[in-house]
Ligand binder design. Structure first.
Ligand code: URA
Length: 291
């Protein structure tokens, strides 16, 4: 595929992700444009059987959607292209490979969506969780459930937006829960080992200045270290990048103690300092007795 095409494709994906992050679930698309695009381009965002990352585009009912017709967007979208051709092409290729992955048969059988990652390719800050839960599996986007909403509030308290950082998980598929009707399970070490090469490529391509590992399982998967209580708040290095472990937002939802909230916030203050972000007095005081 041409680099111009790859640019358009990645920009369209980014634009749709931006819309999705803002709550937009459907993008109107005229049947004329859809027909024209599918005739001229014959493109697919999901080249093999796994579904795309969420129901972003709803074609008009009058145009039947056949297997080769992927979600497509208006070709005239004016989206800025801040990234280099090579990076966009490599990221597009990586996304396609991840979306076609069938390495873990049990996860393939159970998943609704592969949850690749979301955010900016230029992100200076990357958050890494363990694996998608039910909400993420349903929507194809990481950290969209209750814990994800708390993560979004933390990101915004830092003066950033979800779109400006990058959010991913070690596992791209939801761990299956055979025989269970509710709840999640921790990914196995084998599952994490199988999937982590995709994350490595994401990290290497994005090249964030700082990584935040969310929770003990993420730390086990990334650095093989256990004991998040002692690990959090202290800098580590991962693939040459400073990494700050912190508690998983789901833990904060279970444990509403202001002390634990303050601990997470202190971890984020360290991250902000490392990134050279401005920190107001008000921000410094969040979750402290005076804050
Ligand atoms: N927990 C995670 O670790 N990742 C998600 O995407 C959602 C919940």
């Amino acid at each position: 595929m041409s680099s111009a095409y790859n640019q358009l494709l990645e920009a369209a994906i980014q634009h749709l992700q931006d819309l999705k992050a803002r709550g937009v679930r459907f993008v109107p698309l005229s049947s004329k444009n859809l027909a024209g695009l599918s005739r001229k381009l014959r493109i697919s965002l999901t080249p093999v059987s796994p579904p795309a990352e969420g129901p972003l585009v709803k074609p008009t009912p009058s145009v039947p959607k056949t297997s080769h017709e992927a979600p497509v967007v208006e070709p005239s979208l004016k989206v800025p292209l801040p990234d280099s051709d090579a990076k966009i092409a490599a990221f597009t290729d990586l996304r396609h490979r991840a979306l076609a992955c069938i390495k873990c048969p049990n996860l393939v059988a159970a998943r609704k969506h592969i949850v690749f990652g979301v955010g900016s390719l230029e992100a200076q800050l990357m958050f890494i969780g363990e694996a998608p839960g039910a909400d993420e599996d349903a929507q194809g986007e990481p950290f969209v459930g209750k814990a994800g909403q708390l993560l979004t509030r933390i990101i915004e308290a830092m003066g950033l937006t979800r779109d400006s950082v990058y959010i991913a998980n070690i596992l791209k598929c939801r761990p299956d829960t055979p025989g269970q009707t509710a709840g999640n399970r921790k990914p196995t070490p084998e599952e994490m080992q199988t999937c982590i090469p995709y994350l490595h490529e994401q990290i290497d391509l994005i090249g964030p200045k700082v990584i935040v590992a969310l929770g003990g399982t993420a730390m086990e998967g990334l650095l093989g270290k256990t004991g998040i209580t002692k690990l959090r708040g202290h800098w580590h290095t991962y693939r040459g990048i400073p990494l700050m472990p912190s508690y998983h937002p789901a833990y904060l939802l279970r444990n509403q103690s202001p002390i634990e909230k303050r601990r997470v916030w202190e971890d984020m203050l360290q991250v902000m300092e490392k990134l050279g972000l401005p920190i107001s007095q008000r921000q410094r005081g969040f979750f402290s007795k005076t804050g």
